[in-house]
Write a protein that binds this ligand. Structure first.
Ligand SMILES: N[C@@H](CCC(=O)N[C@@H](CS)C(=O)NCC(=O)O)C(=O)O
Length: 201
């Protein structure tokens, strides 16, 4: 019998949520292990991820850290050849562009604004977080005029990586009213079969 699939995360982490969401969309069974700061500080957790961050996916004994790396792994291992992560050079590059934005402008923009407002001071100045949020939301709004999904005609891990922190941007004081196409895209992600929400902070 294979070792179980375990997602170490926290319920209010958008990084954890993107992995949880993708596991559900792929229909892969897993156990969620809540891993707050006290757990992340333990030697056992540090062996899984020396950075002490969630999410970590333990996939039948193989421990993987970093949410976007986990999305790539899951797409290639369990959905190879599909639209979640295209094989062709241009399709793959278009997805990677949004994974980079998720780890850059989205992490330091809407995600940091939410953490600053609801949890603790991230060290990212609020004005910078707001500016980055405006920049990436403006980009999304423009590109979603041309297609329904961020990286192409079908949903991909680009959409999964960007979803939680954009959908929950209002918790950081970022108004989504000026971005109707972004709000429609949020609705399309929420309508995907198997969608699970991240709780409100
Ligand atoms: N690049 C990482 C970032 C993950 C991350 O920032 N996780 C936060 C929770 S949302 C965390 O564990 N923070 C604790 C810490 O950095 O010590 C990823 O994409 O998984």
């Amino acid at each position: 019998m294979p070792a179980p699939r375990i997602l170490h995360g926290t319920r209010l982490s958008g990084h954890s949520h993107r992995v949880e969401l993708f596991l559900h969309l792929l229909g892969l069974p897993f156990e969620f292990v809540d891993s707050p700061g006290t757990v992340r500080a333990t030697p056992a957790f540090r062996r899984l991820n020396p950075l002490g961050q969630v999410p970590v996916l333990d996939d039948e004994g193989l421990a993987l850290a970093d949410s976007n790396a986990i999305l790539v792994y899951l797409a290639k291992r369990y959905a190879a050849g599909g639209d979640w992560l295209p094989e062709d050079p241009l399709g793959a590059a278009r997805v990677q562009r949004w994974l980079s934005l998720a780890a850059g402008e989205i992490a330091y923009g809407p995600a940091s604004a939410r953490v600053n407002a609801r949890f603790f001071d991230t060290g990212v100045p609020p004005a910078l977080a707001q500016r980055l949020a405006g920049r990436v939301l403006g980009l999304m709004e423009g590109e979603l005029a041309e297609r329904d999904w961020l990286a192409g005609a079908a949903p991909s891990i680009a959409d999964i990586a960007c979803y939680a922190y954009v959908a929950h941007a209002p918790e950081g004081g970022i108004d989504l009213a000026p971005y109707p196409r972004v709000r429609a895209w949020i609705g399309r992600v929420q309508a995907l079969p198997g969608f699970v929400p991240m709780p409100d902070a």
